[in-house]
Design a protein around this ligand. Sequence first.
Ligand SMILES: *Cc1c(COP(=O)(O)O)cnc(C)c1O
Length: 411
Amino acid sequence: MTAETFRGNFTQQEPIPEEGIEAAIAVLRHGRLHRYNTSKDEIAETALLEQEFAALVGAKYCLAVASGGYALGCALRALQVGHNEPVLTNAFTLAPVPGAIAACGARPVFVDVTADLTLDIKHLEVQARASGARLLMLSHMRGHVCDMDALMDMCVRLGITVIEDCAHTMGGAWGDVASGRHGAIGCYSTQTYKHINAGEGGFLVSDDAELMARAILLSGSYMLYSRHLAAPEPEVFARIRLDVPNVSGRMDNLRAAILRPQLKLLPQRVARWAELYRALEQGLADTPGLTLTLRSSQETFVGSSFQFLLNGWSAARVGLFVSRALARGVELKWFGAPDPVAFTSRYDHWQYADPTPLPQTDRILSGLIDMRVPLTFTPEDCALIARIIRQEVLIVGQGAEPATLSVPLIQ
Ligand SMILES: *Cc1c(COP(=O)(O)O)cnc(C)c1O
């Protein structure tokens, strides 16, 4: 019997819904793409999108911006982060997170990851006390959410303000609170690989009037903040409007038009991702050598990606496994590779942040395998992918130690 191969595309998203295409064409036809370029009595698509997103997550205020990374930087500036100020963040996250901290002239202080791929709350306390940081940029990396009740208790106790990076948790929740609604500010991305797709884009949400007024002024509102629908009252702006610099990073009406119909589809997408995730999880259960991550019963997660651990495997063995899976059409990313490949950079690659070694994180990331799960996949596709991974884990895990390290180049 010949080995099965998967022929799907791990980076192919679904098309934009017809309603979004129609709305985008309408914006192109009238030409008023800038969010403050409205005709008499017209409400901009961007302002409507903000109102709808605020309602979706149950926030008082929302601001749409140019990218998820911009949202993170804007949140830090709204909190008036100082030059060289320490900002706690996850050692396991994506490069734009420490990048946003560094771009503000602040200094990332990395916190360990646990075997469940969440922030290590005990290590957070250690790093918080050692650095004296007053800010935590908490990244729900790959949709894994730490115990938010325990985390928020600790942050209140230590006087730490939390910014949530919800790039992978839009549509998710902890208990009955939407992801992004525990901290002072929640940030989201609408980049193509996230849960709603405008190419680029992002949101900030908050219930704090002054923070949101600062964020709106920062984003480049040219004193036209009264055209927002999910913004604080003008009096809040009046107090600070001349004290906040313009760091332009607005969203435009074309992207907002594409996103509005997708917001309505989000609950449906979360349910479809859950089905794909379950197919992978079932297909990989009880595979010797492979460890699945535990999810808390409190967590409503979005299965837009899938992770597992090959604990204790040598780099050569993991490299061989990833190469063999790729030869059968299964594109996996490995967070333990010596050099960053595509999206898999690691805290110790971020040399500008002068990272201190974190042995626990190193051990976990050395065997961490990550996979995208686009909604163009079916549950049958996921079952096939799981069969291939399972077979290759058994073959490579039980075979002889490979002589050389082969690192497959996946884009
Ligand atoms: C994608 C991503 C971001 C940033 O989003 P962009 O819209 O690409 O700037 C931030 N954090 C994480 C964990 C991400 O994956």
